[in-house]
Design a binder for this molecule. Structure first.
Ligand code: PMP
Length: 406
């Protein structure tokens, strides 16, 4: 690890934690990343110096908070290359962003006999909202399969796209397999048929530069807490022309223009989709997370994680009986694996006793587990602050516990 990485680690106070007498090795970044001090400070500053409800006040604090909240919207717009701040809607996270589209676009566009296409490697958050929308409309879910390696079978996509298809919803990066899906290619294929595309970017934005115009997608969803930001805030990017046509998701404050008992008219974008008091402090802290990522450099971030990924795969492969699930040629720093016949939960519990935090289970991707015929995996996932020494600690710990589970 370089000197500059050491300095970077010092920005994350939680990394000094000791677990059962061992230094914490945090390898559960796909579930949530840790937060730099600047993000924690931004939250604290909001509540100590600025707390006020936005958009509706004329007083000093309300206008300052509104100004800063809207400034983060502009920061997010630039971060993902959207055309306009009208296209950036703050939500509670990826799950809410997808539910917003499934509910609103679903009501506006989905009819009996229609179809929605998802992939077999989606997170439940990009499956269940579509099932709910399909159930309500009498529509059907169609599924893009994937190979043993963990690569989507794009050859199967043309046969799934037809005059009944209303939307394709696909993950940019699989949270279980790490596979980076060719979302621009998928979008181009769907657009040939005039079908809009939603991309679940929850596992992508913290690991690579994302440009929604380059991808060409119509919707892009992500969560603050997986990109060094706070929990409780996420983003829905939607193409303005589509958002303009969609009915509101929730009714209430801020999303209206005028309310009478006879008729309500709705606010302009993006406010039409932000009913009620948003999590202002979390939005401001998300701004600090974007600062952190941009100051660190998205290229630096991607290169460091790729280095860790290759090193970890190389070392893990030499552990007897260890099987890596998901070996796509293009993947992010997520490694799912099984250790012999040991249950993933047992492996995770023993690793925890040695201070190593990994995730075990189906990772909210049960169809992936069904595909491989396994109950779950152990998943190690890296972020910018992880080190080669931590990968070594994982490998050493696995070598130590393997005989206990044989
Ligand atoms: N999609 C993917 C690919 C994810 O990894 C996750 C979180 N595990 C989600 C959606 C849901 O994100 P959130 O819980 O932040 O709404």
């Amino acid at each position: 690890m370089t000197q500059s990485n050491d300095t970077l680690r010092q920005q994350f106070p939680i990394l000094n934690t000791t677990v059962y007498g061992h230094p914490l090795v945090y390898l559960d970044n796909a579930a949530t990343t840790q937060k730099p001090q600047s993000v924690i400070d931004a939250l604290c500053q909001y509540y100590t110096q600025l707390n006020s409800n936005i958009h509706r006040g004329t007083h000093y604090l309300a206008s300052k908070a509104t100004e800063q909240y809207e400034a983060v919207r502009e920061r997010v717009r630039r971060f993902i290359g959207a055309r306009s701040t009208h296209e950036i809607i703050f939500t509670r996270g990826t799950t809410e962003s997808i539910n917003l589209v499934a509910s609103s676009f679903g009501r506006y566009r989905l009819r009996e006999g229609d179809e929605i296409v998802v992939s077999a490697m989606e997170h439940h958050s990009n499956i269940v909202p579509w099932q709910l929308a399909c159930e309500q409309a009498g529509a059907t879910l169609r599924v893009i399969p994937f190979s043993e390696e963990g690569v989507l079978d794009l050859g199967a996509l043309p046969a799934l796209l037809n005059e009944h298809t209303r939307l394709v919803a696909v993950g940019h990066v699989s949270n279980t397999l790490g596979t980076i899906n060719p979302v621009a290619e998928i979008t181009a294929m769907a657009h040939c048929h005039g079908i809009p595309v939603l991309v679940d970017g929850a596992q992508a934005v913290a690991h690579m530069a994302v440009d929604v115009q380059e991808i060409g997608c119509d919707f892009y969803c992500f969560s603050g807490h997986k990109m060094y930001g706070p929990m409780g805030v996420g983003v829905l990017y939607g193409r303005e022309e589509l958002l303009e046509q969609m009915p509101p998701y929730q009714g209430g404050g801020e999303m209206i223009k005028d309310v009478t008992f006879e008729r309500t008219t709705y606010n302009d974008l993006p406010f039409r989709f932000e009913a009620g008091t948003p999590s202002v402090g979390d939005v401001l802290a998300l701004g600090a997370a974007l600062d952190f990522m941009e100051q660190t450099g998205l290229d630096t971030l991607a290169q460091h994680e790729e280095h860790l990924l290759h090193y970890a795969i190389e070392r893990l492969q030499h552990i007897d009986g260890l099987r890596i699930i998901g070996q796509a040629p293009h993947k992010t720093s997520v490694i799912s694996f099984l250790l012999g016949n040991a249950h993933p939960y047992d492996v995770g519990t023993l690793l925890d006793k040695l201070g190593i935090a990994v995730r075990t289970g189906h990772h909210c991707t049960q169809p992936i587990m069904d595909h491989y015929g396994i109950p779950g995996t152990v998943r190690a996932s890296f972020a910018i602050y992880n080190t080669i020494a931590e990968v070594d600690a994982l490998v050493d710990a696995l070598q130590r516990i393997a005989p206990m589970l044989a």
